[in-house]
Design a protein around this ligand. Structure first.
Ligand code: NDP
Length: 398
């Protein structure tokens, strides 16, 4: 039985609290800490049969985090604040000897740079302290890494090509909104695209490579666009047979039209501009205007389908396998008051936490998801709400 400290009371934080509370057999006590205590209190009030303690904390402040951890004495800290806070929270975990888990790689405020270098640099210090950090335990990154590890363990001898494909076939009826934190989401989508090919990263302009993919189980064909996504970095490092790795995401024409206009007028800029004697960052101002992703929960209908197609060889024969999950927005909302984007991130965070506190995945140091046994993780993930399907077949090259 373990005490868990959750940092961040946004869309994902809400799901993490609901799901930890469902697993009283594992998590004996839950503390939720975030910048705005009233948001923690609102989430805690939704949990009926477990008391969730709430605390205000500034997660940019290492001494404040250390004091909080020393007061709460958790076995595990689940970081579902923003990527900007990853390093301060890792510092506090190192200082207090508490295991750490997150769902997104560190990003500095000033550049939209998606890479693990900053967090991987903590590996030796975590190892020496006997503390574990599990990076990217959301869906993508997260479950997509685990699906790839499963393909490598069970279905292919050698993975040569990998396509990670993320569809949100849901609809919230708003003219323009993002399904998770708008600032983080737009920084990711408007960044230069990179994919892995023959041992190097190949750059292209964002959202310029488009394909149509026929999604399973009635979702049908949708436009997918190539993006850079952080799990490719760790996957090509840890599975070096991968010659080509690409990440694809669906966007509606309407979403892309709005994004293009916002970009053209400078509203997605992440640098400071002078406005009426004050410095503002346009993307932060835009975030204040857009719908709060949490408000989309009751409005969103439809499904998500996120998975990987791994292609390579088995017993000398060419083989392909598609491993995916389908998740229903309305069912997620009924269960946790959150839509499927937050749900598909929060559930794997809790399952990653279960892996760590039960010792099924435990080693001092800083790790990515594909470095552990995928089957024990997936054995928990299905019953926790995210079952997966494995289909062997043939799909057109993307
Ligand atoms: P939200 O913006 O909804 O929530 C973020 C929370 O963190 C808010 O409660 C916010 O507080 C809090 N926070 C921000 N800064 C601080 C700080 N300095 N100190 C304390 N608390 C702070 O984001 P989401 O819930 O949508 O996303 C959470 C994380 O999940 C992000 O890192 C995101 O990138 C990641 N993610 C990962 C995915 C995956 O599949 N791997 C998919 C989707 C998201 P306040 O309420 O006061 O603003």
């Amino acid at each position: 039985m373990s005490k868990v400290l959750i940092v961040g009371a946004g869309g994902v934080g809400r799901v993490v609290v609901h799901k930890c509370a469902q697993r009283k057999d594992i998590f004996s006590a839950i503390t939720l800490a975030s910048r705005t205590k009233s948001k923690c209190d609102e989430i805690a009030a939704e949990i009926k049969d477990v008391t969730v303690k709430t605390v205000q904390v500034d997660a940019d402040n290492v001494p404040a985090l250390v004091a909080l951890i020393q007061q709460e004495q958790p076995q595990l800290l689940i970081n579902v604040a923003l990527p900007y806070q990853d390093l301060t929270i890792m510092d506090a975990c190192l200082e207090t000897g508490v295991d750490y888990l997150d769902t997104a790689n560190y990003e500095p405020h000033e550049t939209a740079k998606f890479e693990y270098s900053w967090q991987w640099a903590y590996h030796d210090r975590f190892k020496e302290q006997g503390v574990m950090a599990l990076l990217g335990s959301g869906f993508d990154p997260g479950v997509t890494n685990v699906f790839t590890a499963l393909a490598a363990k069970k279905y292919l001898d050698v993975i040569e090509e990998l396509d990670i494909i993320d569809a949100n076939a849901g609809n919230h009826g708003q003219p323009f909104a993002t399904n998770f934190n708008p600032e983080i989401n737009i920084r990711e989508i408007t960044a230069t695209c990179r994919h892995w090919e023959n041992g190097q990263w190949v750059e292209s302009a964002p959202l310029t490579t488009k394909r149509v993919f026929d999604f399973p189980e009635g979702i049908g064909p949708m436009n997918i666009y190539r993006l850079y996504h952080e799990e490719m970095e760790s996957l090509v490092k840890h599975i070096p047979t991968i010659k080509k790795a690409q990440f694809w995401m669906t966007f509606s024409d309407n979403y892309l039209k709005h994004l293009e206009v916002l970009q053209n007028v400078g509203m997605t800029r992440i640098d400071e501009v002078e406005f009426q004697g004050q410095k503002i960052v346009p993307i932060q101002f835009l975030k204040a205007l857009l719908p709060d992703p949490a408000s989309l929960g009751p409005l969103t209908k439809g499904k998500t389908c996120i998975g990987v197609i791994a292609r390579g060889t088995k017993d000398g024969q060419r083989k392909q396998v598609y491993i995916y999950n389908i998740c229903d927005h309305e069912a997620c909302y009924q269960e946790t008051n959150s839509q499927a984007i937050s749900y598909t991130t929060g559930v794997p965070a809790v399952v990653g936490g279960i892996m760590m506190v039960t010792g099924q995945w435990h080693a001092p140091g800083v790790w990515n998801m594909e470095q552990f046994d995928p089957e024990v993780f997936l054995a928990e993930l299905g019953p926790m709400g995210l079952p997966h399907r494995v289909v062997e077949g043939e799909w057109p090259e993307l």
